[in-house]
Design a binder for this molecule. Sequence first.
Ligand code: B1M
Length: 211
Amino acid sequence: MFEKIKQAILEGEADITVDLVKKALAEGIDPLEILNKGCIPGVERAGELFEAEEFFLPELITAGEATKAAMEILMPELQNKKTGGWQSLGKVVIGTVEGDMHDIGKSIVASMLTAAGFEVVDLGVDVSCQRFIEEIKKQSPAIVGLSALLTSTMSKQQEVIKALESEGLRGQVKVLVGGAPVTGAWAEKIGADGYAEDAVAAVKLAKKILN
Ligand code: B1M
C-alpha cells in the first residue's frame, strides 16, 4: 500500500493518491504511518528526480499537488488524535518565510503541534518578516515557528529574529526553525531557540522549550 501511494504521488495522480489514502485509513493504518511511509517518500523521490534532471518543474508540481491532496485527508485524522478535555499547551504562530512557497512540511509540523495540544496559528507560505512581527504582537504566542525549504530563503529566518530584537519582542517569544536545508548549526548561528529536523522532533522541542 505504501509503495502504491508513493508511486501515485510520483506520477502526480492526485485522485488515485486520495483513493489509496482513504483505503489505507479504512484498513486501520495509522495516518502518521501513511504520511511517513507513503506520502513523504513519494514527494522526496520527486525532489531527487528533479535534482537529477529526470523530472521537470511540472512533474514536481503535480507530485506536490498529489501530496497536498493526500494531506487534506490525513491532517484532520492526525488532529483528531487530540484527546478530550483539551487544554492548550501554548500558542504557536507558524509560517513559511518570505519568498518560499513550500508548505507541505510546515503544514505537517502545524498539524502535529495541534495534535499534541498546542494552539496553532498557521500563517501559510511566503510570510513576510513584517507579517510575522504583526502577528506576534497580535497573538502573543509562546513560540514562533519559521520554516524554510530553499537555501536562498533561510536568511529570512535570521531577518525575523533580528526584527524581534529591534522591536523589543525577542524575550517574549521562543523561535523554532526548521526545513530541509536548515541545521542545528544554522539555528545556533542566527540565535534561534531551537531546530527540529522533522515534525515529531518539532513537537518534542516545542514542549521542551516551554518547560
Ligand atoms: Co521545491 N525545491 N522548488 N517545490 N521542492 C526543493 C526544496 C528542492 C530541494 C528540490 C531539489 O532540487 N532537490 C529545491 C531546493 C534547493 C535548495 O534551495 N537547496 C527546490 C527548488 C529549487 C524549487 C524551485 C526553485 C523550483 C523552480 O521553480 N525552479 C521552486 C521554488 C518556489 C518557491 O518556493 N519560491 C520550487 C517549487 C516547488 C513546488 C511548488 C513544485 C513544490 C511545493 C509544493 C507545496 O509545498 N505546496 C516543491 C516540492 C514538492 C519540493 C520537494 C520535492 C519536496 C518538499 C516537501 O514537501 N518535502 C523538495 C525536495 C525535498 O525536500 N526533498 C523541493 C516533504 C516534507 C514533508 O518535508 O518540507 O522538508 P519538508 O518538511 C519536513 C522537515 O523539513 C521539517 O519537518 C517536516 C516534516 O517532517 N520541517 C520543520 C519543515 N518545516 C519545519 C519547521 C519547523 C520544524 C521542522 O519549525 C518551525
